[in-house]
Design a protein around this ligand. Structure first.
Ligand code: AMP
Ligand code: TRP
Length: 330
């Protein structure tokens, strides 16, 4: 059986939230059954923007491993490891850097935006490492000759650049060393946060992944509904209601009924929120319990990551030898 190989990564940059799960991790959990999957906690990528304060890095790596396992990624089925533990990622990024035109990196649309955005948080991203972010990402993917890469649509420019790098490498060294990887976009639209903007850690509008049932309820209580609606018998407008957005995602079986009752003034916001909390907790209460259990097993988490590292290294070393041979680097 020859399954296609998937590679994907996530930066360990702080508390994981439901938006990350709906947009990315939930998709990985499904893909693990049909593909040979390699998933990496990309700590070197985290360093490209958070180099000045690394005090939380190890904690964030451990938390991310716990998030992945509690979501249902199987550490036997998939290779799960920390990027910096397999040195070939850094080595290949260095070699790819030799053939990467500066102009390709400077024209990545997110590059200048992100420098601007993060400078308001006091981060100076005018660094060599940050400019090279897409080169490191290309190295991650092609080191394993992955053919499919599940990512959010925000990563499409990075993936296009990876494909260009593959064509350039194969052309310059006159050998089909790498396949061109393809993006796999999850069809989940961006999940809104509890204030209606995109759910994001920097807006403080998230529902943390693995939140307890009480936390979930508290966050739902804070969601803004139709402000014109004072009493239950007032007719509501679900189109401007955040709870409704969530019902559409987490309560597909009842959402139509709820919408009708809301418009007719037959269901109140308090009750609607209660229904949503119950639905979300069916999914999240389990994850919350698994998270708590895994948090008490630091040795197990370490073993999972070591096991993944060994398996990743076998592939990385083999491919690296081939890459270096193509470049006459011995
Ligand atoms: P970030 O934490 O922003 O670096 O995103 C990590 C991954 O999660 C990316 O692939 C995003 O596409 C996805 N993601 C982040 N926030 C959301 C959101 N609010 N809704 C859906 N997907 C998201
Ligand atoms: N840049 C990706 C993100 O922010 C993370 C990432 C790093 C990645 N290396 C990768 C994703 C390789 C897919 C494949 O979401």
């Amino acid at each position: 059986m020859n399954k296609e190989r998937i590679f994907s990564g996530m930066q360990p940059s702080g508390r994981f939230h439901l938006g990350n799960y709906m947009g990315a991790l939930g998709n990985w959990v499904k893909l693990q059954h049909d593909y040979e999957c390699i998933f990496s906690i990309v700590d070197l990528h985290a360093l490209t923007s958070s180099y000045a304060d690394t005090s939380q890095l190890q904690e964030n790596i451990r938390e991310m491993a716990i998030d992945w396992l509690s979501a249902g990624l199987d550490p036997e089925k998939n290779i799960i490891f920390v990027q910096s533990h397999v040195k070939e990622h850094a080595e290949l990024a260095m070699l790819l850097g030799m053939i990467t035109p500066l102009s390709w990196l400077e024209r990545v649309p997110t590059y200048k935006d992100k420098i601007q955005n993060l400078s308001t948080q006091g981060k100076d991203l005018r660094t060599y490492g940050f400019l090279g972010y897409p080169v490191l990402m290309a190295a991650d993917i092609i080191l394993y000759k992955a053919t499919r890469v599940p990512v959010g649509e925000d990563q499409s420019a990075h993936l296009e650049l990876t494909r260009e790098m593959v064509r350039r490498f194969n052309y310059i060294y006159n050998k089909e060393v790498f396949p061109e990887p393809q993006a796999v976009y999850s069809n989940a639209k961006g999940l809104p946060g509890i204030d209606g903007r995109k759910m994001s850690k920097s807006y403080d509008n998230t529902i943390p992944f693995g939140a307890s049932p009480e936390e979930v309820e508290a966050r739902i209580k804070m969601m803004i509904t139709d402000p014109q609606r004072i009493k239950k018998i007032d007719k509501g407008n679900p189109d401007i209601c955040i709870v409704y957005q969530f019902q559409k995602v987490f309560n597909t079986s009842e959402v139509e009924d709820i919408e009708r009752k809301c418009r007719a003034g037959e269901i109140g916001c308090v009750q609607c929120k209660k229904i949503l909390a119950e639905k979300m907790n069916v999914l999240l209460a389990d994850i919350h319990l698994r998270r708590e259990e895994l948090s008490r097993k630091p040795n197990y988490i370490r073993e999972v990551l070591e096991h993944g590292e060994k398996r990743a290294r076998v592939i990385a070393e083999k491919n690296m030898a081939e890459i270096k041979a193509a470049m006459n680097v011995f």
